[in-house]
Ligand binder design. Sequence first.
Ligand code: ARG
Length: 461
Amino acid sequence: MKKTPSRMWGGRFEKGPAAEAEAYSRSLHFDSRLAPYDIEVSLAHSRALRKAGILTEKELRAIRRGLREVRREVLSGKASFLTGEEDIHTWVENRLRKKIGATADKLHTGRSRNDQVAQDLRLFLLDRVDDALGLLVKLKGSLLDTAERYDGALAAGHTHLQPAQPILLAHHLLAYFEMFQRDSERLRQLRPRIAVLTLGSGALAGTSIPLDRRLVARELGLKEISSNSMDAVSDRDFAVEFIACASLVMMHLSRLSEELILWSHPSLGWVDIPEQYCTGSSLMPQKKNPDMAELARGKTGTVIGRLTGILTVLKGLPLAYNRDLQEDKGAVFDTADILLSSLEVMAPLMKGVVFKTEKLRETAEAGFSFATDLAEHLALRGLPFRRAHAAVGELVKWCIGKKVSPDSLALEDLRRFSPLFDRRSLKLISADASVRSKKLPGGTAPSRVRAALAAARERNT
Ligand code: ARG
């Protein structure tokens, strides 16, 4: 590195920072990602400076032209960030000075890197929220496509990871739709809390420069301006909320992944994960491993760690700005990258999964999965449910003891356990009948599931 580029501070110092202190505090190698946002923020700020009489029309034009040139360099990928500045704010200002000369020295009037970095991060996050919302629509669309593809297919529903009652496979997939739908809503609700103008807060107290904050907000497409300058520069709960939302998306992806991994075990053989989303083994030639699902599950741990991390950074900070806040960037960037890449992988994976409907049906029918239906049938005929439950429990015990398979049960067998059973009761010994009977809203009856699927298509925004 050549001679240290100019810093934003230093007048009151006899000595420059020690090399290790400079390296320790530098953030350019990660906050360079904020460059496009930092430039937008400066473009908006320049308008307020003009209105406040700090810039002449000519100076404004020079600053805006210079900033747009820097933006072009950044967006074309030609900009180098190996220039040794402390942070992205210094980098942008130095680039601008290279282009337009001393006029650049007026840009930092009435602002601090404290209100600036909070603003940059908010703009960065607004874009990532929109990216995530778009990818969630894709993932939910994949779930719906797959649910539709397996219209009418039965599966075993579980509690305690033990077969419980028959369900439709589509009903199971739609459960995930609901989770991701709530995740989308949460992100949408978070958006306005991020879209707040912090510029004009200065370092902590505001500024004596008469900046038109409403004008700056409009320039940046923000509806709200912060109400308290100290809060504006030191609050990161919008970042915590983003990471919390991301943690929930990841937690849901992780549960889905766990099921795919489990269901693809050959001993179950319920699902085939598309080859393009699996990997092989360097040693065992026969292997096909569900690595993408495992990575999504694993990265969930990393994101949850980031949530704990940022909360821990924030919990002891006195007002207002403290340099600890620089640590928010790692948490936010890492989370955004993991969230978006996980959604990008899981959306096509879920579209391509192949379910083994025969195997799934076998499991749905096995293990007395109709037992609850028989008990409810007796309850509908007037037997108190507690006694109906006991009677069907006795029937199950009798079948197991006598090695009688449910499909060979005769009416006399049923009547050993309750006189309320009749011919029609035998029809309930079927997984199809079982799902058909769950007609209440939210239930797994085919008619309900089909309607839920159609409604989900409409809701998938
Ligand atoms: N890099 C800092 C951050 O990420 C912003 C700059 C504020 N620096 C300062 N010394 N006040 O929070």
